[in-house]
Design a binder for this molecule. Sequence first.
Ligand code: F6R
Length: 579
Amino acid sequence: MCGIVGYVGFRNAAPILIQGLRRLEYRGYDSFGIATLAGNVCVHKKTGKVSHISDSAEILQGTLGIGHTRWATHGIPSDINAHPHLDCNEKIAVVHNGIIENYASLKRDLIERGHIFRSDTDTEVIAHLLEEVYDDDLLVAVQKTLPFLAGSYAILVLSEGENRLIAARNQSPLVLGIGDGEIFAASDITPILEYTSRVIYLDDGDVADIRPEIYTVYMENKPVQKEINEITWTPDAVMKGGFAHYMLKEMFEQPDVIHHAVHAVIDSTLPRSLKEAKTITVVACGSSYHAGMIFRYLLEPACGIPVRLELGSEYKYTPVPFSDVIIGVSQSGETADTLAAVKKGICNNVRTVAITNVLNSSITRSAHDTILMHAGPEISVASSKSFIAQLGVLMQIVNLLAGGTCSEVLSHGRYAIEQILLTDITKAVDLCVSADHLFYVGRGVFYPVMMEGALKMKEISYIHAEAYAAGELKHGPFALLSPETPVIAICLPGTAYEVMLGNLKEMKARGTPIIALGIADDIELLEIADVVIPVPPAHQWIQVLTCTVLLQMIAYHTANALGREIDMPRNLAKSVTVE
Ligand code: F6R
């Protein structure tokens, strides 16, 4: 949600800022804007997509500037509410991620003191507060202003007459990219990667004075040394590489992703809290929650360790359950609800482990231990490879806790995904594109696999898709079955096979079209299902992976056939940094 980018150096800032905003599009936004300094503060901001930017923005002059993609929280998406925001005299410009919780009272006081507000945003108060204390030194003005702000922020500020940017962070990510004679700032490294691999992650409380050749970071107004990290992600990793969509590219990266994820943790690096745990709680949201559910289905029978699952967003309403360790699963590491749940665990003296894709993300700063899943940057809003990576890491944890008994199984993941990506799913897609509603059903570990499949379908195709444990369908949803409501089912040999076949027959009797993920030569299934998508015989863990990928493919190709905006579905943001 929201993205910010800043540049100070020797090149024209506007094209760099605009390119940076394109790289940040995946985070989700409804308006955007940039400000550069060329004597005066020059601003261009608009509702809509960065691709609709007008030529007049490209030619804004100045080698110093800030930019922003906004996901509306305070005030509707509009040109006026888009960032940057200016003070009354239009000499100071601010971009901001996060929420200023006390903005209403600050705004009331500022209006009483004569300030004229143009927007409905919380951010604008920052520009007016800065104006009140500004005395020819932007750094000092920012340092004087921050104590008045309650809430979360990553801000970038520029001011007429000063060849520098000031950046500040509190609970919203902010990264500096250190180039030669130029410095970049952004909410994440994607806009920075093509210029430099040397980055500094700012911490909560940091204020950075950024000039072309030099930067100084302050904590409580005193300079502090910051570590420069060398990033190994290549610029190519944040580009489409010939694929029609990032999501498709990311799906095709999954053979490598599973391999890296499984090797992301070994016995000697597995946190002690996990090794010693008698009970585990997993907190997560969305797809990450589904990965946690799959973990429960695998860990409990393999090791006898009970796992409790909690939605990040609901965790605050329950007393902290008894558990030796809390695992927070979050691709971005910035999901507010998951982060809050991990922090609540820490306040209650529970050990915490973060499983995340983003080095130095907020969750890694809170949790006692971190396991990075090494999926590389995921740009598509819908998670695909990061979900597979979460499964890889979580399966490896089960494997290690079970004494390495599944190492051999896990080594087959890469090849299995490589092969499954070649499956022809056209007939299934043909049935889905004409449906308004879909049911996804499975049993056991394939139930959360179906929850993930249904989530993928609804978020990128906008078709209403509901996942049910197959046994639950008869307890109500059966009333909705009809020839217009296809059911997608996983029906593989194993403990639930016979009963699944029975369920499918009952559905078929209601005229429901059935798409089954099953064994290619399963005669009985072939008789019931309208379409059988072959799943190669394999260990159940591998079939969890292959079925997941098949469901991603069905969702992707259905959405593509419907002409949806796959990488940036309407109303969604990649990282949900507000509750
Ligand atoms: C769905 C999806 C979301 C995320 C959820 C949690 O495709 O991507 O449901 O899984 O917003 O995000 P993270 O894992 O970043 O905490």
